[in-house]
Ligand binder design. Structure first.
Ligand code: ATR
Length: 279
């Protein structure tokens, strides 16, 4: 596609942003559908976040993704916050409608779509263990607790943070917070285990967030890490006949949902997935 005067601007703002796979993923999708947008990476220092937001509004950007460290800090600069973003306390997508900036969050729905699509899981009645209690854990908890699961146990190194996430879940389902050493007591009854911590990520790939020998046979194990493609936890899960899923799908689907909000087109999931995998 030629860059003409009617091409609209999309992007991702973060700091640092050099390793983001979003530009490659979105531009591949836009090219494949011949849509008149370009998607760029904006390295925005925290002290210039407000200026960057006003600048993008002023030049008529259609929208952008928001990543670390701006997901929470951007909220006061926006005109409207969706219910999901408000509940999660974080924005990952901004959509500009006639100069008004709407903050949204596609992480929870992105996770849910990837999980169902890739594992074929039926969420109703699942007994869930979520390891970790950061922003990613909040999104996963929000998604699963509203999807009809039986209960959710949140395990985290810092118990107090696990309690905060469990209280988010308690609006929709039974929930409990435990420390990492509480995992052994609960995991035996679980049918879905999700790792949301960074433990096991490159370069420390010989680490696991908990002793994988605790994993029950034949359950679903989901790890939000996608570098490496198969963490030690997922290797061990596979050896126990578990259905496994890594974090690539969540990344692709959260992006696909944003893409659909900006362009109004159904996102080409396979094109996006292949573009990220190639990187
Ligand atoms: P994100 O937004 O990606 O979820 P985060 O908010 O920094 O990132 O959360 C990181 C999560 O990984 C937390 O649950 C953190 O545990 P604490 O709340 O106790 O800090 C967990 N985590 C990170 N490194 C860890 C480690 N070495 N052992 C156990 N948990 C770890």
């Amino acid at each position: 596609m030629d860059i003409t005067a009617d091409v609209k601007l999309l992007g991702v703002m973060g700091h640092p942003i050099g390793h983001s796979k979003s530009p490659v993923m979105h531009n591949a999708a836009l090219r494949s559908q011949r849509l008149p947008y370009v998607y760029l990476a904006f390295d925005v220092k925290p002290e210039q976040l407000g200026e960057a937001v006003q600048g993008l509004r002023a030049i008529g950007a259609r929208g952008w993704n928001v990543t670390i460290p701006h997901k929470v800090a951007i909220m006061p600069f926006l005109d409207e916050i969706s219910e999901e973003a408000d509940t999660l306390g974080a924005v990952n997508t901004v959509v500009c409608e006639d100069g008004r900036l709407l903050g949204r969050n596609t992480d929870a729905e992105g996770y849910l779509q990837a999980l169902v699509e890739e594992t074929g899981i039926h969420l109703e009645g699942q007994r869930v263990l979520i390891v970790g209690a950061g922003g990613a854990a909040r999104a996963v908890t929000y998604a699963l607790s509203r999807a009809g699961v039986s209960y959710i146990v949140i395990a985290n190194r810092t118990l107090e943070r696990a309690e905060q996430v469990a209280s988010l879940a308690s609006k929709w389902t039974e929930s409990k917070a435990v420390g990492i050493d509480g995992i052994g007591k609960y995991i035996g009854d679980c049918t879905l285990v999700v790792n949301t911590t960074s433990v096991g990520m490159f370069p420390r790939t010989n680490a696991s967030p908990f002793d994988p020998r605790l994993l029950p046979d034949g359950i679903v194990v989901s790890d939000l890490i996608y570098n490496p493609e198969k963490t030690l936890l997922l290797h061990e899960a596979e050896a126990r006949n578990c259905t496994i899923q890594n974090g690539l799908g969540m990344f692709v689907y959260q992006g696909a949902l944003a893409y659909e909000m900006w362009t109004g087109q159904v996102a080409p999931i396979d094109v996006m997935r292949k573009a990220v995998a190639r990187e």
